[in-house]
Structures are given as C-alpha cells and as structure tokens.
Design a protein around this ligand. Sequence first.
Ligand SMILES: [Cu+2]
Length: 579
Amino acid sequence: MSTGSVIAIDFLIAVLAAAGWLGGGAAAAARRRPVALALAAFAVLATVARAVTVTMLARAGWWFAAEKILIAAPLSLTAVVVAGWRLLKARGDIRSAAIALLFAGYADSSALLVTVLHGYPASAGAGLLAVAGVVAATAVSWRLLGPRPSRAVSRTTLAVAVVALVAGTGLAAAPSAAPGVPHQHEQGATPSVGEPTKQFTLTAATATVTVSGQRVAAWAFDGQVPGPELTATVGDVLEVTLRNKDIARGVTLHWHGYDVPNSQDGVPGITQDAVLPGQEFVYRFRADQAGTYWYHTHAVSDIGVKMGLYGVLVVRPAPASGVDRVIAAHTLSSVSLPEPVQEPVAAGTPVRLRLINTDSTTHRYALAGTSFQVAAIDGMDLSQPSTLTGTAISIPAGGRYDLVFTAPATPIALSVDNRVVYATGATAAATSGWPVLDPLSYGAFAAPPWTRYDKEFTLVLDRGLDLRGLLPRYAHTVNGAADPDIPPQVVHLGDTVKFTIVNRSLVVHPWHLHGHHVLVLSRNGKAATGSPLWLDSFDVRPGEVWEVTFKADNPGMWANHCHNLAHAEQGMLLHLMYA
Ligand SMILES: [Cu+2]
C-alpha cells in the first residue's frame, strides 16, 4: 500500500475513533447502555487499528508520523485508559461514564485537529493547545451533565486549561528561527548578452476569445490563447518586449524551465515589479539550451495563467525538419485546449510532438497507432530512450515531454485525458487501460556527476492554519510555514545542493525550482535507474519522498514553489538565494 493511502486511511480511522467516543458519551448521557458500550468498543478497536497505521507511517519517515506519535498517541492512550476505567466502574449506571467517554472523544478530536491545522513539525505549543482544548471541553461537559465537581477539581481544571492555553499560544505564536525573505528588486539590469537576433512584442490585454465554438472571457497575449508561439534557434539572442494594456493586477513573463539570468526571470516582488497597465518591460536572454519550454505571467499567477496569459517557447538546434508540432494542454473556462487538429502525414516522415501541460494539475497523454520514444523531458534530452508502445505518459503541471517517431502508413492519434487532440487520420484505439511510463527507470543510466552535497534541505509539504497574516487562512505549507514566512534556502555559488521533498498532505504538489534544472536521485528511497533526469517540474504525490540535486550555478534570488499555482498563492512558495 502506498504511503499516500496510509495517510488517508489513518486520517479516516482517527475520525472514526473520535466519533465512536463522542457518540458513546452522548449515548451514555442518554442512558442508552448497549449503544454506549458498542460505540466505546468500536472506538477502542479504531485506536488499535491506528497503532498499525501510525507505525506504518513512522516506517515511511518520521515526517509522516511526528505529531501522531508525540501528541496523538499519548492523548489516545489516555482516552482509552480513562474511558475504560470509568466504564468498568460504571456497572449499572452507564450515565456515570458519560463524561469519561466524552473526554476520550475530545482527546482524539483535538489530536486530529493538531494534524489538520498544525501538521509538521510537531511542536510543544500545538501539544499544549490540544491539552487546553480537551480540559476546557471536558469541564464544560462536566458542568452540564455531571454531578457538580468539587471546588478543588474545578480550580485544578481551570488552572491546567489556562496554563496550557497561555503556554501553547505563546509557543505557537513565537517567531520562527529564521526571518522571512526581504523582497529585493533587481530590475533594470539587462544582462549584456549581445544584440538581439530575434525580437518579439507581447501585449497583454483582456479579450474575448473563441475556443471550441464558445466565446470565453480571457486575459490574452496579442488577443489569443495560448499566446504567440515564440521560436528560436540555439545561439539566438531573444528580446521580448512585454506591454500591458489593461490587466489591472499586473503582468510579467516567466520563462518556465528556461534557466535565464535572475533579472530576466519575471517574478514580481523578487526579480522585478509587476508590469502595470500602460507600462512595458524588456526581457533579453541568450537561447543556449534547445528544447520545449513555455512562458507565463507570474503576477497573480493562479488567476493570470488560468485566464490565458501563457504561450510556448521552442528553441531548436537547427530549423525544424519533418513534422514538429507543439501540443499545449490547458483548461480555459472549463473548455479543454488545444482544439483537435487532424493533418495527413506521409509515411516515413520524422515526427516530433512537443507535449506541454500548462494547467495546475496532472494530465495523462497517450499516443496510439505507433511506437515512439520520449526524446526529452523538460527540455533536456534523455540518454538512449527505448521504444514504447501502449504506454501512457503522465505530465505534471508545468512539465514537457517530447515524443518522436517515424510516421507509419496508418493513422496515429494523440489524446489528452482520453480526448484526441492530434491525429493524422481517423483512428479508434482504447488507451485508457495503458500503464503509465515511469521516467525514473527509462533510458540508459549514468551515475550522478557528484555524490557529495555542500548543502542539504528538507521540504515537508503539508497544510496548516496560518495566523501570521492579516486574516487567518488554511495555507499550503512548507515545514509548517507559509509564504512569506518560510525561511529562505541560502546557498553559495558553486555549491552542490540536495533537496529532500516530502509530501505528507492528501494532494499532489508539482514542484518547480526557478533558474535550475534538478537531477532526480531517488523516489521513496529507491534510486533512479534510468537516463539522468534533469527536471524543472515533477509531481510529488501524497506520501512520496523525492531526493533531487543541482549545482548552484545561476546566482540570484529564485522562487521555489508548488506549480499548482493556487497552492503557491496559498503559501507554498519559498526562495533559494545566493549568499
Ligand atoms: Cu501544491
């Protein structure tokens, strides 16, 4: 069973245990003895089952189990002991056990809240707040249901609750060890890369576009979604002038996966100010790396990209030969792009299909009617890719796969999530049952270029209540904090850096470091065995642990974030900075 499934099952069991105790308490209060006993027995069974799931999580990694072992386990054990003891003493009068059963329910519920609202890392503050909650809720129940507690018991209860609350709040609100990032602005310094050989102008504006016969309100570059396809040949110097006509919240251009100099990276608040209506910004960089890339706004990016402010950047080693097509999947106002294209291709023609996922969630691609190779992922050529048939491809948010094949005499069809988007004729092939390619074991292996790391960072991805902003929010967190309060990762030029990325949440997080490709070392403790995989976007699924490495060779301050852009806007963004 995958760790992601265990996380979900453990959560479900924890809910059932808490519900069993609370239900048992209510039944006992109503003098429904058989119901109360049955629910209490159920809660005990659920608690035993949790011992198994929590042990499994701890074996998968301490990150998955920390607060469950340090906070939930003591609370659950206390719950079983207290409720069990009162039930044994209750005999004829089940109502006398009601408060103990409710106490057990509060203990399990507050432990659950620690997981849901606080997560990783476990902290003394969270533990004390949980205890305060249990004591307070029990005291209220006691007043409402019980025989009036003695004055000494009342006072002790009040004192414990207040001390736990004050201490817990103080610890929880204490500033983190490292301060947030000072957002510097390094704009204006266009690097000296020579005279431009390719010039483009992109004008961002609100527009109404027609997609699949529907009129849709969009934000568009040059009135089209996707924006114009920018193509170049290796060695070109690109100069792209971005103008904003009327996008009130501002626009920038980020060259996704293209490792440009920091000042050209297009992240508002870090490398430049957002370009406001009436303003313009000129990007200039040398196209050194061939491959399939894309560009998109990084200003209010979750809305901007979704609304249509994106396009394709393709850098070819030489002018295209054969058939060379870009297929960028996107969802615009619930309409799936691209619109299907059918073109005849003569048998024997070399074909390259450049697949891009510009959405915030994973898409599944399948090429039917031919065998093929995955020539490149995220713009980087793979080493000795083998020939595939009947194999689907899963592309994370922001990722790109280049598929190559020689056109057969019979039609081929490429589908995205079972919708045909490109075909050379009419075909019918069932592809939904195909297995999905695992890129970690595809192509020819080569040992990583270094095995010693100057800097190592662990990023634990989770959710949690963020109280540091103006309004409380349920943030997507990294190591228990949300942007802008996540301490930056500081490296020196030339460092070899290793990231361990752990997803203990219930949703996929497509990870994206700006300015660098990272080499995949392992996933879930299993080393990569295929072609060296230099990625800029990779899905870290629930329960997964990825180890990746890169060389710190591109100075500046870089965004390092989840490319589910809504998650990034809700806190899952930090910075890599060079000392
Ligand atoms: Cu995410």
